[in-house]
Design a protein around this ligand. Sequence first.
Ligand code: PLP
Length: 659
Amino acid sequence: MNFNQIFITATGTDVGKTFISSLLLRARKDWTYWKPVQTGGSAIDQNAVHEVAPLAVIANLRNYEYELPASPDQAAAAEFALAPSVDDLLKLVAGQQKLLIEGAGGLMVPLNDQNETWLDFLQASRIPVVLVASSGLGTINHTLLSIEALQSRSIPILGLVLNGPEHRGNQKSIARFHPRIPQIVIPQVGSDTALSELDRLGDQIWHKISILRNEAQKSEAWLKKDKDYVWHPYTQHKTAPRPVPIVAARGSYLYTDEDEKLLDASASWWTCTIGHGHPRIAAAIRAQQAKLDHCGFGNATHQPGSELAARLIALAGKPFSKVFYSDNGSCAVEVALKMAVQTWTNRNQTKRSKFLYFEGAYHGDTFGAMAVAESGGFHKAFAPYVFKGIEAPLVTSHPSRICPGGSAELEPRKKNLRKIFEEQGEEMAAAIIEPWIQGAGGMIIQDLDWLRYLAELCQEFKVLLIFDEVFTGLGRIGDVFAYKRAGITPDIFCLAKGLTGGNLPLAATLVTSEIFEAFLDDDGSKALLHGHTFTGNPIACAAALASLDILREQDLVAKAKLIEQSFKTWIEWHEKRLGLIAPRAAGAILAFELDSGGYFHNAAYQIPDLGRSHGLMLRTLGSTVYFVPSLMITSDELEQGLIALRQTIEDYRETNRSF
Ligand SMILES: Cc1ncc(COP(=O)(O)O)c(C=O)c1O
């Protein structure tokens, strides 16, 4: 929570929020007052504040003031003046300390003709709210509605000030709904009220609204529970440092319990394509949960599952015709592998049972996914239990640990691949690859001629081609799917990570009608006998539909290409100066190595901490440093993020020079 700023709002106009602001300012002289939007004349509320709190300091920030007493959108339009936007307001409040901001009207008042409201501003800024209501008759409904609106956006409510003659009945009713929101009753005051009484009332409000603040800072208690009870993924608990305590996320940023703002440079394990906390996704999730939360997808169906399948097939285009849902990337891959094998057994071609996979591959951590992943590394402990496929080398477009010569190795490696197909092609059910870029293996970009050659060989030897687009799909690569950008069509492809915009677990495996038809038979055992309890969960499907809307409306595919350009420019500027090894960019993915010291080089250990000191939440993949932000990142945020990345690498170079 952002405790350097407080926002005063009310259940409507004329309930006394300016007066309450004045009381707060009387009691804390080090806070400054800002009324960003004023309609019906200029400086009206500032003057009113000065009547009660003559010493109050007015913030030296831009105000949007209009003569017309109307909502800001209407007043601005009538006066042909600039209306406030959430972005502008966010820039103005950035970095301000001890700022008391008074809203204009209630929470849903439109600020501009883009329908932005104070709720949008509060959600984005994470500024906690003091809600002012009149204590008398008719207040319950408006108060509860305002609280519901704030809570639905996870906007912290520090307290409810009931202004006017005491009404115990209203207080009790509201407290029954919201026992944890501190209530402060401010009785009616007149011009004869003693100044000391005004100070006492102000102090009383500060005291009550600090309760939540003190509670929110008690992260030690739940961090101890984490230490005592949680087993984290990919973590050696004997030596691992304390995990970063994240308490909130908005847009491109994560926030720690200490209100440290960190740019989410791995988009939360590459899921968060549309930024954190998007209100459209939140609304879709809420609405779907209220309508239909879950039902088994075996012999039942629902609208979001059907709509989403149709949307994905429309995006994929021909020859894709069916979507199979699961919960995560590993499962989407398991499903694809099972589909491939069973396609052949259903066609009575049981000899085709092997999978071809590639060095550097990662497709998840379940047993099937491990079978088609690079040997060693994360999966070493399970090697004896994994039915291994056929591992082949690939050609990368840059020098890499799996292809040191990069594209120069194209011709010999093509020959080698053909030999593998000639010798074992008839036993292969499918070849599986992360197209264009292998993520977890170290953000390794393939030589596209080599990828096309693989597709040709699959056709020639009638081997099914599976593309694992769990990472690359849905905009990340600079096209809706990597296979489209590469101009190669697989038989099966997998989606997960960004499917719900990073909000809920959902995965999909898409197939051509040829594959689907191999499962149609009077014999029930030829069906795909696979499923998960949460297959096609309606809430996740609703989130995915909203996320696809945003992807299209915001043209995030084009945005990913713009990000790629920024990354390429950054590389041009910094490659030599920072000593980057094999810097590369594809879509909204930037990666490089710092040393040729192998996968477990010390960059892995130092970079996240150094990055954090520059406001970045970075993860590394062995010796590979990568920057994979949300596709919604603004150009300012991207610029700042890339400056922070440069500073991080400079620190790394500096630190390692002294060893
Ligand atoms: C390409 C690819 N496939 C599959 C997976 C596994 O997905 P999940 O972690 O959701 O099981 C990942 C995860 O990073 C991935 O990058």
